[in-house]
Design a protein around this ligand. Structure first.
Ligand code: HEM
Length: 285
């Protein structure tokens, strides 16, 4: 992550430069929150960013729980075929990035199917999550200007502020289901081995037993044990990357545009999506 940090900073700056050159208004989602993490994960994996239309629209369709299941499964198949082509290309001529590295160093242990699965999950997870945190987090901070000023001006405040934003926004709304491996009981409810349980990370992160005033955003709270990245063996693999992207992007955005404001009364949230976020966020400065 330390090696990657200067490149993330450069990608953030390039996108802020482009927003500044174009002038207000801008769509914070299309111009900043989506392209920054998307470009980062493409470069990390070795996926050509020019082909982003191939996967950005499909991965958001895959996670849109308002769509009929066959449509979502079709998006999933299309994503897999796209990745199968990329993996085949890398197997023929492994590049320097993560995919090429996996093939060079573990090519004999990992099947082609597994490679496609790993690459697909990283690509979807890499740009469907941090981007929503950047969009929603910006909106949340614009609604709380005193907390925004802390993130902009106090480098010490940024890390804890991001943890509070992760807790308060809890963008992973569904998809975290687990299979019970032994008979157990939770809060008086017996759960037999083999059952499926659906977890609600947003509810856990606003549990009054976890903290006082759970409904309030307060970036001064300090470190808390939130579960926005899940818990246990399946805790988010990309958490250090997501944290570094946010630590870089939020202060840079607010320092570049100190008068940033929402430019429209309409707020375009994703309505039914496994990962909560915004379709667009018109801003001016
Ligand atoms: C702020 C951004 C992010 C949030 C809130 C987030 C959230 C989560 C959550 C809640 C899980 C656990 C799912 C479960 O329990 O089944 C998870 C797993 C995972 N995440 Fe993230 N994630 C973020 C960013 C990323 C990024 C940037 C990547 C990739 C580079 C990534 C890759 C993964 C992977 C591969 C897993 C599966 C881990 C496993 O099952 O062992 N995530 N993430």
């Amino acid at each position: 992550m330390r090696r990657l940090e200067p490149r993330v900073q450069a990608i953030v700056d390039e996108h802020l430069d482009a927003m500044e050159r174009k002038g207000p208004p801008a769509d914070l989602v299309a111009d900043f929150a989506l392209p920054v993490p998307s470009l980062v994960i493409c470069e990390l994996l070795g996926v050509p960013y020019e082909e982003r239309r191939e996967f950005q629209e499909r991965s958001s369709r895959l996670l849109d729980v308002s769509l009929p299941l066959p449509e979502r499964l079709a998006a999933s198949d299309e994503l897999r075929s796209y990745m199968a082509r990329l993996v085949a290309g890398q197997q023929a001529d492994p590049g320097e990035e993560l995919l090429g590295m996996l093939i060079r160093e573990h090519g004999t242990e990992v099947t082609t199917d597994e490679l496609i699965g790993i690459a697909n999950l990283l690509l979807i997870a890499g740009h469907e999550t941090t981007s929503n945190m950047l969009g929603l987090g910006t909106l949340a901070l614009l609604h709380h200007p005193d907390q925004l000023a802390l993130v902009r001006d106090d480098p010490e405040a940024v890390g804890p502020a991001i943890e509070e934003l992760l807790r308060w926004l809890s963008i992973v709304h569904s998809g975290t289901f687990k299979i019970v491996t032994e008979d157990t009981e939770i809060a008086g409810t017996p759960i037999p081995k083999g059952d499926t349980v659906m977890l609600s990370l947003p509810a856990a992160n606003r549990d009054p037993e976890l903290l006082d005033r759970p409904e309030e955003l307060d970036v001064r709270r300090g470190a808390l044990g939130h579960v926005a990245f899940g818990h246990g063996v399946h805790h988010c693999l990309g958490a250090p990357l997501a944290r570094m992207e946010m630590r870089t992007a939020f202060p840079a955005l607010f320092r570049r545009f100190p008068t940033l404001r929402v430019a429209s009364d309409e707020e375009h949230f994703r309505s039914f999506n496994a990962i909560f976020g915004m379709e667009s966020l018109p801003v001016a400065w």
